[in-house]
Design a protein around this ligand. Structure first.
Ligand SMILES: [Zn+2]
Length: 310
């Protein structure tokens, strides 16, 4: 289906967009319970740059305000994150101890903490309480917003950004800033959801990852390969992973719930109205369509790019 969104693709401006469906409403933002649900809007895909995005989506001021008031431990999930382990292995393999590492969206400094004090550790973080925790762990917070990266050129040995792209209106511009701020020969490592994952394709706009209110942009390794080349980075490799270690029973339960949601959404809506998942679907009927969680799905990717030396 060919549609026109007034301003075109938020990244490349192309009007060549495909409507992928309606995103369910959500009553959470950055781990914070909202007084009433926010409408999810629609999911569009750009046929030119392969970005998928939420439209309409909150203004930058509204987003920043929601992040600032968000939960201080919204994205803290311990030391065992798979993307952190993969990124640490890539950094260990390619860079000497003592290198300068910038984590954009460092939150409470969890990843930089896993590298140890031997590195120069820098962070960008908007949420002041989380940034305070990062500072207490020895992270030098150089900016609150990634927009300030525009002031840096050829500075860092590696720039990492875990689960940041999906929060940014123009991820290609973000990658371009990373390409400028990293030194020649340095590394850029990013992770995000993979919109090409089979679980995602099964549910489209109604996939759990899209329903999370603060997720506004959706990418995949095809996008990363294309955009990294455009901004002057060499795309080297990518890996797929799941954020949640799950046994066979949990995997089967999540698959069953999501297949049922796909094939018989009225069943899920009934369960929601009966209180399943803690949603106030009786008070707010739009929450009855909120998707089941699928945290065990292998629906994330991490990629390694490098900046050529000439
Ligand atoms: Zn585009």
């Amino acid at each position: 289906m060919r549609v026109s969104v007034q301003a075109g693709c938020p990244s490349c401006g192309s009007p060549n967009l495909a409507l992928a469906g309606t995103i369910p409403s959500s009553d959470l933002f950055a781990g914070q319970q909202l007084p009433k649900p926010r409408a999810g809007g629609a999911l569009y895909g750009c046929r030119v740059c392969h970005l998928a995005f939420r439209f309409p989506c909150p203004s930058d001021d509204e987003l920043n305000n929601l992040y600032e008031t968000g939960c201080a431990d919204a994205w803290t999930n311990g030391q065992a994150r798979k993307d952190w382990k993969i990124a640490k292995a890539w950094i260990d393999e390619r860079l000497p101890v003592g290198s300068s590492i910038l984590d954009v969206g460092c939150f409470d400094g969890g990843f930089l903490n896993t590298l140890g004090p031997g590195y120069e550790r820098y962070g960008v973080e908007i949420q002041s309480r989380a940034a305070e925790k990062a500072r207490s762990r020895g992270v030098n917070r150089i900016a609150a917003s990634y927009a300030e990266l525009a002031n840096w050129s050829d500075r860092f040995d590696a720039i990492v950004a875990f689960d940041l792209i999906e929060h940014v209106r123009d991820p290609a511009n973000l990658l371009a800033m990373f390409a400028k701020a990293v030194r020649p020969g340095g590394l850029v490592i990013v992770s995000s959801g993979n919109s090409d994952a089979w679980s995602w394709r099964l549910l489209g706009a109604r996939y759990w990852y899209c329903a999370i209110g603060e997720h506004i942009s959706f990418v995949n390794p095809r996008w990363a390969r294309k955009i990294s080349r455009r901004v002057g980075l060499a795309f080297e490799r990518s890996e797929f992973f799941s954020h949640t270690e799950a046994g066979a029973l949990r995997k089967l339960t999540e698959i069953s719930r999501n297949v049922a949601y796909r094939l018989a959404p009225a069943m899920t809506a009934l369960a929601r109205r009966m209180g399943a998942g803690g949603k106030q679907a009786r008070r707010f009927p739009e929450l009855a369509d909120y998707p089941p969680s699928w945290m065990s799905a292998r629906d994330h990717f991490i990629c390694l790019c490098s900046k050529p030396t000439i």
